[in-house]
Design a protein around this ligand. Structure first.
Ligand SMILES: Cc1ncc(COP(=O)(O)O)c(C=O)c1O
Length: 453
């Protein structure tokens, strides 16, 4: 990318891009690090504060990613730093599972923050550990009832992580080929994409898929759990509310545990404390991570006491469970959300973001649709646009040149999830960059769509 100077209140691009030294850093890492960690966009991070990212040349970008929906309370949040510093100054880095005050204080507050129906939690470090633990709890519950009650219902297109059970529950067939076998007790239902349910009702759509499943298995005797991502990750697509309410009813009737994967949706992201609250149901278990630790590795399963107590003493713990540094960060995240009223503010700022994106989507012809709630949004482009994935990669690179970082999904969507602390003004600046680059890539000078695209 050539040299270009951009200075505004929120953006300062003063070097050529990628910043000098970026290529060298890629080369050094490629020599010593697994290939799987590479292929990122060409931006070498030096630091991040609030909703800004600074690269190794001191270029300043607006962050529309929260790294990957982690920095909900803003990058390098002062309260998180203060609480971690206090724990460090207390000479307290680790205590394995030995009890301590910070762990008690955090878990008490966490369970209370979840509200009615939630009594206990189990903490870990990665999101995939949380979905793995929920898988185990659902299976343990089933096993207690009947040996054959092993089935877990999951969804097409959902994502739950990279460890074995998490990958088996995820919807992407290619990603799990390495396992070499399929768990025949994991059943994937089709996702009620808006374009699929438009000719029927969400309830009828669900009933049809359940009827098909019931030809193979008995729900009550064979199914112990449902694992559901609160919204479909790649496209920020929520389920229709009626669909989830009906699903929850089916679960209650058939003694099936319903688990929500709130990795991306939790901790105020969608304008509610948790995304499942949009559906007016209470899950039995919730898996969370990402924004939970505000940048420090922290994940957990929160839910009904009888489920969290299924494993025997020592049968569900990890060396780094409830690490004091992670608990300090988690506590600071909850206090930030509550003291700064982040959930309500996210709802308001989300409306501004969605309104601006909707305006861009009205360009004629309409080439993408906007999905999501609060400060999570996805632009889903027409799949039939030739080479759309490559074009969107180019689009994201052009936005970086203009000082904005977006999430490139590798498919026909772009995802947006700024820190919830972002200012309204920065949202407007960022959406102007999005509009400018959509116009220059997909439309000609008269704002007419380039059909040759
Ligand atoms: C919905 C969802 N579940 C689970 C995970 C796995 O979390 P982690 O990468 O922390 O293991 C992710 C990560 O992207 C996710 O988005």
């Amino acid at each position: 990318m050539e040299k270009k100077k951009i200075i505004s209140r929120h953006i300062n691009i003063k070097s050529s891009l990628p910043a000098p030294g970026t290529k060298n850093l890629f080369t050094r890492l490629k020599k010593v690090e697994s290939r799987s960690m590479h292929g990122q966009l060409p931006i070498a991070w030096k630091s991040a504060k609030d909703f800004y990212i600074y690269d190794i040349s001191g270029n300043k970008f607006i962050d529309f990613t929260s790294t990957i929906f982690v920095a909900n309370t803003g990058h390098s949040n002062d309260r998180i730093k203060k609480y971690i510093r206090k724990t460090l100054d207390n000479n307290f880095l680790h205590s394995y599972v030995y009890i301590n005050e910070i762990r008690a204080k955090y878990i008490e507050k966490l369970v209370k923050f979840f509200g009615k129906g939630f009594q206990k939690a189990f903490l870990m470090s990665a999101g995939t550990e949380a979905t793995e633990a929920a898988f185990k709890l659902m299976r343990m519950y089933g096993q207690k009832k009947k040996k054959r009650k092993l089935g877990i219902i999951c969804f097409e297109g959902n994502w739950h992580g990279r460890t074995l059970a998490a990958q088996m529950m995820s919807g992407d067939e290619n990603q799990k080929k390495w396992a070499g076998y399929k768990d025949k007790n994991i059943h994937h239902l089709p996702f009620p994409y808006p374009w699929k349910v438009s000719s029927t009702t969400p309830e009828k759509f669900l009933n049809k898929t359940i009827r098909k499943l019931k030809k193979k298995i008995d729900l009550k005797k064979d199914v112990c759990g449902v694992m559901i991502e609160t919204f479909q990750g790649w496209g920020a697509l929520f389920y229709p509310k009626d669909y989830i309410q009906k699903l929850s009813e089916i679960c209650k009737k058939n003694d099936i545990i319903i688990t929500f994967d709130e990795m991306q949706a939790g901790f105020s992201r969608t304008g509610k404390n948790f995304g499942f609250q949009h559906y007016d149901i209470v899950p039995d278990l919730v898996c969370c991570g990402k924004g939970m630790g505000g940048g420090v590795p922290l994940s957990g399963v929160v839910g009904r006491a009888d489920l969290l107590d299924l494993p025997d003493i020592g049968n569900m713990s990890s060396t780094n469970s409830a690490n004091p540094i992670s608990c300090s960060a988690g506590l600071a995240v909850l206090e930030e959300i509550q003291k700064k009223n982040l959930t309500q503010k996210t709802k308001i700022k989300g409306k501004i973001l969605h309104k601006e994106l909707e305006k861009i989507s009205k360009l004629k012809p309409n080439i993408f649709k906007v999905y999501g709630k609060g400060l999570i949004a996805a632009l889903i482009f027409e799949k039939k646009i030739p080479g759309i994935e490559v074009k969107l990669k180019y689009f994201v690179e052009q936005c970086i040149r203009d000082g904005l970082l977006l999430v490139y999904t590798g498919r026909e969507s772009i995802k947006i999830g700024p820190p919830l602390t972002i200012s309204k003004d920065a949202i407007i600046t960022a959406t102007k960059i999005i509009k400018k680059n959509i116009l220059s890539i997909f439309y000609d000078k008269n704002k007419t769509y380039r059909s040759s695209n």
